[in-house]
Design a protein around this ligand. Sequence first.
Ligand code: PEP
Ligand code: MN
Length: 339
Amino acid sequence: MVVVMKQDATESDIEAVSERVRGAGGEAFVSRGAVHTIVGLVGDTDRFQAIDWKQMQGVDHVIRIGKPYKMVARDLHPETTTVKVGTTPVGRDTFTLIAGPCAVESMEQTVAAVEASRAAGATIVRGDVYKPRTSPYSFQGLGEEGLAILEEVRRQTGLPFIVEVVDLNQVEGVAEVADCIRIGTRNAQNFELLKEVGLAKKPVMLKRGLAMTIDEWLQAAEYVAQRGNSEIILCERGIRTFEPATRNTLDLAGMAVAQYESHLPVIVDPSHAVGKRHLVAAMAKAAVAAGADAVMIDVHPNPEEAMVDGAQALLPHEVVELGEQLAAIAAAVGRAMNR
Ligand code: PEP
Ligand code: MN
């Protein structure tokens, strides 16, 4: 159950509702949106239903959501939320290209990848400094040195950046400098990490776990929302199936289901889904045609020498060509590409 407060509800109205929830033996989670503040009720639904919430000062209405996720459910919020990463909106009104290196390897490589991404029309940069690698012998990322490179590139280009955290200890430092914190597929059900980014004052991009149902994905997002951070972007990045021809199987239907069930923006990462350069453009185009709110593409100036995921990185001229095609497809389905 969720209590939606009036636009002019005061802090003491919100506290009174929370207190009433606690009085009924439950827990209250307050989420402050741009227009309405909502209070999520966790506990004994029968006891909550016995309370006449609408009599309370500042309460607009009550929604009963019979799903395991509530704050991220479209039932709560019929319109799609727009999340701002820096000044770039990610939502249903526009289409956004996110691009950059899989990993920050050096200043030179990052600048080259970002310049190409910008020329392609990207308005958000991706680039990781903490890499969750299958092998402990693989490159693990540049850490804080990489963050400094991303800050410098943002200073030069004005483009906001998204960066992954793989550990609780990294959240505070990353939230201080990055424009959006990403939770990768391997940590998509790391509930302690989800709670921690739920407390951060930056948007969160939550990738779908590689073996996660959509329901589980939305419940993971609920962990973030429940802690008060409602600036969440969902990212479909392929799931593990029996098919080895692609790295993962891109679930575009899953993207559409997530958009239907949730009010959060949903984007697609075709690079990590297919794992092969020659397949990335096809899936990026399909994603835009299907209504993805953004796509996120790996770019590398010299993929043969990439320390991570070179096989799927687009070359600078390839991402520029793809950017033009994506803008045309976005226009054809009624949305302008953010510039
Ligand atoms: C990435 O985007 O670099 C990444 C590691 O992705 P995923 O978590 O989807 O594998
Ligand atoms: Mn990668």
